[in-house]
Design a protein around this ligand. Structure first.
Ligand code: ADP
Length: 346
């Protein structure tokens, strides 16, 4: 404002009288006789110029000063408010959010801050939830192991191969849980290395079905593959796809005592779908939305006994999504389940 006022005064002081004199000379050259009143005209002009400059500087600086003060006060108020809220956020009040402002630039900044705050709050909530779930899951086998060890130490039970087998089983469960948790935390944080390339899944499906068929008991379910001989290439990571399939087929075998388990590959809506269909115990309709939740098991005690960790399907969902696919489940209690996932065509 000061620079503007000073340049206005200097420039007009230097140039205005000169322009006025030039104008008078032009009038004289057209024949007007101004010789007697010329000095008075110039003086009159200068007085008029001085008083109008004085008024315009006074009114202009007051108006501009007032306006600048008002605008900067509004901005400062908002900035101080923002600073206080970011301090609160840094101190751990993760629900603190910036209020909306009527200054568009500050509003934009506030909106980005609020978005960042919401995502940090979400990460923190998930971290807490994971730690809660994890400690709950680890506590059970640890309690069992400690119980046996204390009873053995006090001589309350006799050491026998059966006791050691139970202890080994619980430690195996702990080991599996820790491995699954490591994989899950990597998947949830998006750190799982994934190498997507065009692959033909047919040989993977065949070897998988062969491998699992060998493990099935005589009176158990039958495992079969339904796959067209010419399977189109898909964009996928073959190791991660195998991990998903091992989990789905493993679950189908665990929850099916008789009937058939079918691994199917087919094209639908320009995607390759792979389905694992079983005739096992099925899942109740109210439980279906939970199957991909971490640590969820239809029957907590039965599955803890059978060694399930409730993490397999959560990891599978992450792995499929990392490969730009989708995983779905359909199931009827007592009839069977169908887990299927799709992969984009190459
Ligand atoms: P788990 O290691 O316990 O099998 P998952 O995440 O793989 O963990 O599965 C979660 C739960 O979903 C299982 O405990 C089981 O109750 C249910 N489930 C998964 N697959 C099937 C299936 N094919 N048939 C019936 N229930 C299933």
């Amino acid at each position: 404002m000061m620079v503007g006022v000073i340049s206005f005064v200097i420039i007009s002081k230097v140039s205005s009288p000169r322009f006025f004199v030039l104008h008078l000379e032009r009038l004289e050259s057209r024949g007007l006789k101004l010789i007697h009143i010329r000095t008075e005209l110039v003086q009159g002009f200068e007085t008029a110029w001085r008083s109008s400059t004085l008024w315009s500087v006074l009114v202009g600086t007051t108006a501009a000063g007032g306006l600048s003060y008002w605008v900067s006060k509004r901005i400062m108020l908002r900035l101080t408010e923002m600073e206080q809220i970011t301090q609160k956020f840094a101190a751990g009040e993760l629900e603190a959010r910036l209020p909306l402002s009527d200054i568009p630039e500050l509003n934009l900044l506030g909106t980005s801050f609020n978005r960042m705050a919401a995502s940090l709050e979400d990460v923190e909530a998930r971290r807490r939830e994971l730690i809660g779930d994890m400690t709950h899951e680890l506590r059970t086998p640890l309690t069992v192991v400690r119980g046996y060890l204390e009873e053995l130490a006090d001589g309350e039970i006799e050491p026998s191969p059966e006791i050691y087998r139970r202890l080994a089983k619980e430690t195996r469960r702990l080991e599996r849980l820790v491995n699954d948790l490591q994989e899950l935390s990597k998947a949830e944080a998006g750190y799982l290395p994934i190498k997507i390339q065009p692959v033909n899944l047919r040989s993977l499906l065949e070897s998988l079905v062969d491998r699992f068929s060998d493990q099935l008991l005589e009176d158990g379910p039958m495992l079969r593959l339904e796959c067209p001989s010419a399977l189109p290439l898909v964009l996928a990571d073959i190791d991660r796809t195998e991990q998903v399939l091992v989990n789905l087929v493993g679950n189908a075998i665990r929850y099916t005592t008789k009937g058939t388990i079918t691994v199917q590959a087919y094209l639908e809506a320009s995607k390759l779908w792979i389905a694992v269909i079983d005739t096992g115990i099925g899942i109740a309709p109210q439980d279906l939305p939970n199957v991909f939740e971490r640590f969820w098991r239809a029957d907590q005690s039965r599955d803890r006994h059978s060694g399930g960790t409730g993490i397999g399907l959560t990891i599978s969902r992450h792995l499929v999504e990392l490969q730009n696919g989708q995983i779905q489940v359909e199931s009827v209690l007592g009839v069977g389940s169908k887990f299927r996932f799709c992969l984009p065509l190459a």
